[in-house]
Design a protein around this ligand. Structure first.
Ligand code: C2G
Length: 715
């Protein structure tokens, strides 16, 4: 047997496809794949799929065994002349393993290693992202001793002569749950192996975008980790004591980690699960190492190390905080929001909370709209000044009945009212850095029945920050209530947000109350008049959503109007006018010159629910708009000209849009015009589907949602 690949597996079977397929791609012969699992998750399906394609050997260890134990088991079972370490959540690009193997043999090196990069994406995603990136010069040097650098101490993507490891009795310390690779590499380096680095052999270490359910060891936190780090460093320094360069490297790694611990957040200790005992252990450890290393550090870093050695936690934190202020202070002083955040944290949050103050925010302050608006209006009309109402808005001149207090998002006033108010009603997510005040109540109204996959139901995340899932998880832990509009949404919110069913308010959408208002025809008449829309014509509302991959910068999306307004005017202008309404993320302004009297741009109008009332037909695409509009039982057309790329590449859907929506999918302007001209026929054709859709998605809406919700949350 020439080669044994050792793969420990703990959790996350969805990662295995890329791992196994990259092994298959190597075209190796006479090798074995030792797949060592602790059986926490069932991997039969993927193992079965690969059994005949790669020489997979399934080995089992106990449920609580560490990765160190799994790798040792692999080493013990390995029959290959060479052994290679690969992780179950990682993959290799091109022929990375085969290249190492070839070099190991031709150069007769005891250790052969390649280059490691990291990525948040699957193999296909990594390759696609790479193609978009500009080429930068590759400065990687094939130097084994670089593996001492912090964060790089790993035996992954390394091919060892098995005899070398055996002769030097190099195994993993099973007493270490974390950081066993540090000590392993200390032993490897101490043995001064012959080595060879192969620049072109590339290994991808996957960063986990779901550290909630599938945390990588590097993403885990806790006392055990701090403990193991100290132990692994201590043992590594001991092990390499006689080799100054090595001991020095491990000592620096330890010092750097200590400093980082107190300088990455104000009051480092409380954020790092370090117990007093461990703090003292850190001190002891620093005292025991060569003081020449400590002398390499200057300024606040040195002061931090000295205070740890003196066992003075207060001083350590003080210098740590000072280092943060020194590094970030100038930036904070220049940035109003950052300053306000500090005032919020240290002053406003200490003021007395007001039990009858309610803050409302809709679409990040961009609009007075959505369920927040209807909850507010219900409260104001029912309870008047028993409550104090505060609206967060970008435009303070927005007209709101009842004259509530208006504050700009992220202004000092914003932080003041957020801190003082007991209630916060929001239809999107709050900023991830804004800690919720104890005793306050957060009502998440959300902003639509989901068609597009959300958060934990998404696989790779290309359209948001890589830690989107973790952010949303933390944010949604602060939501005391979360409104759901139908049983379907309840299911999705539980899986997409890992949200508890008990905390869902399964009461329908306040924003849909207006569609059951006995005066809705009068409201529509008045609004048409106010907006100057001709009353002798029928109206078509076109309300598309945004495209994840088409933006100027995050939060500012582009929109290209695919509707041919000139043709529409020519063909339909006698009978219809069209109301255009872009999504609130769209930064582009529609150019409707020459279309006066036919096309009306209502993108800046506050509330879309009111626009539904004045529309006879709705055209949308993948927007949750259609779930709400269906309450009116008026015809809906779907202009899905980019269906394939949107559904299959960008998002993925919860329902089968081709089968389950209450109207036709149309792909061209011809089809749109044809459908509108034959709208009675479309209605007829879709009447059954429409009814089924209505029963499934509009079943909780009856005009009373605001009342139900306010009574539950506020009374
Ligand atoms: N909206 C609007 N104008 C549009 C599109 C949407 O005013 N042209 C409003 C509607 O109230 C809609 C809401 O914004 O229900 C959400 O818009 P979507 O297009 O559905 O997209 P998104 O903001 O990504 O939210 O669970 C819902 C999803 O998260 C969708």
């Amino acid at each position: 047997m020439k080669l044994s690949l050792i793969i420990p597996f703990h959790k996350g079977a969805h990662y295995l496809e890329d791992c196994f397929s990259s092994i298959e791609e190597q075209n190796l012969t006479d090798y074995e794949v030792l797949f060592i699992t602790n059986l926490e998750e069932d991997t039969t399906k993927i193992e079965d799929a690969y059994k005949s394609r790669i020489p997979l050997k399934h080995l089992e260890i106990g449920e609580d065994e560490s990765v160190a134990a799994a790798r040792n088991f692999g080493l013990q079972e390995a029959k290959g002349t060479y052994v290679y370490f690969l992780d179950a959540d990682d993959y290799v690009i091109d022929h990375g393993i085969a290249e190492l193997f070839h070099n190991a043999r031709s150069k007769n090196a005891q250790v052969t290693f390649g280059k490691i990069e990291s990525s948040w994406f699957k193999k296909a995603g990594y390759i696609a992202e790479k193609e978009k990136e500009e080429e930068i010069e590759d400065t990687w040097q094939p130097e084994l001793y670089d593996h001492l650098l912090p964060g790089r101490c790993t035996m992954l993507h390394m091919m060892f002569q098995r005899l070398f490891l055996k002769e030097h009795e190099i195994t993993f310390d099973e007493g270490l749950f974390f950081y066993s690779e540090l000590l392993f590499m200390a032993k490897v380096l101490k043995a001064k192996p012959t080595y060879c680095g192969v620049k072109s052999a590339l290994y991808i270490k996957r960063k986990h975008n779901d550290p909630v359910r599938f945390p990588a060891l590097s993403q885990m936190k806790g006392k055990q980790k701090e403990h193991d780090f100290i132990k692994a460093c201590k043992e590594s320094i001991k092990e390499t004591r006689r080799y100054k360069k090595l001991a020095y490297g491990f000592s620096m790694e330890f010092c750097d980690a200590c400093i980082k611990m107190y300088t990455d957040k104000i009051h480092g200790l409380s954020n790092h699960f370090v117990t007093m005992k461990q703090f003292h252990l850190q001190g002891k450890m620093l005292l025991s190492m060569s003081q020449k290393v400590i002398k390499k550090y200057h300024g606040l870093s040195r002061k931090i190390l000295n205070s740890i050695m003196a066992g003075n936690l207060k001083k350590t934190n003080f210098y740590g905080d000072l280092a943060i202020i020194k590094a970030k202070g100038p930036k904070i002083l220049k940035n109003h929001t950052q300053m306000n955040r500090l005032i919020h944290k240290f002053i406003f949050k200490k003021l007395k909370m007001k039990n009858n103050w309610v803050v409302f925010e809709s679409f990040l302050g961009k609009k007075y709209a959505d369920s927040c608006k209807y909850i507010y209006e219900y409260m104001y009309n029912t309870y008047g000044n028993q409550y104090r109402y505060i609206w967060i808005l970008d435009d303070l001149s927005t007209e709101i009945p009842g004259n509530p207090k208006k504050v700009k998002r992220f202004s000092l006033g914003y932080f003041y009212y957020i801190a003082k108010s007991k209630y916060w009603v929001n239809n999107m997510r709050q900023p991830p850095w804004l800690d919720k005040r104890e005793g306050s109540i957060f009502l998440e109204t959300w902003h639509g029945t989901p068609l597009k996959k959300l958060v934990f139901d998404m696989d790779d995340v290309h359209s948001a920050t890589p830690l989107y899932k973790l952010d949303v998880y933390n944010q949604s832990r602060d939501w005391d209530y979360f409104i759901s509009d139908n049983p379907f949404s309840s299911e999705v919110f539980q899986s997409a947000f890992l949200y508890e069913k008990e905390k869902l308010l399964e009461m329908g959408y306040p924003r849909n109350d207006i569609m059951y208002d006995p005066n809705k025809d009068q409201i529509a008449e008045d609004l048409k008049k106010e907006l100057g829309i001709p009353r002798d014509k029928k109206t078509i509302l076109y309300a598309p959503t945004w495209r994840d991959d088409d933006f100027y910068e995050p939060g500012k999306y582009k929109f290209t109007l695919e509707l041919d307004l000139e043709r529409l005017q020519k063909e339909l202008g006698d009978e219809y006018v069209i109301l255009l309404r872009t999504h609130y993320f769209i930064a582009d302004q529609l150019d409707l010159s020459g279309m006066e009297g036919f096309a009306y741009n209502l993108s800046n109008y506050g509330d879309i629910s009111e626009l539904y009332l004045i529309s006879d037909i709705c055209i949308t695409d993948y927007s949750s708009v259609f779930f709400d509009y269906a309450n009116l039982k008026r015809p809906i057309l779907f202009f899905t000209y980019d269906l394939e790329s949107y559904r299959d590449v960008l998002r993925g859907f919860y329902i089968d849009i081709e089968k389950e929506v209450p109207g036709p999918l149309l792909f061209t302007n011809d089809e749109i015009i044809h459908a509108i001209k034959n709208i009675e026929q479309v209605k007829e054709e879709y009447s059954e589907k429409y009814e089924a859709f209505y029963q499934r998605f509009c079943c909780w809406d009856d005009g009373q949602a605001s009342k139900r919700i306010v009574e539950k949350v506020f009374r």
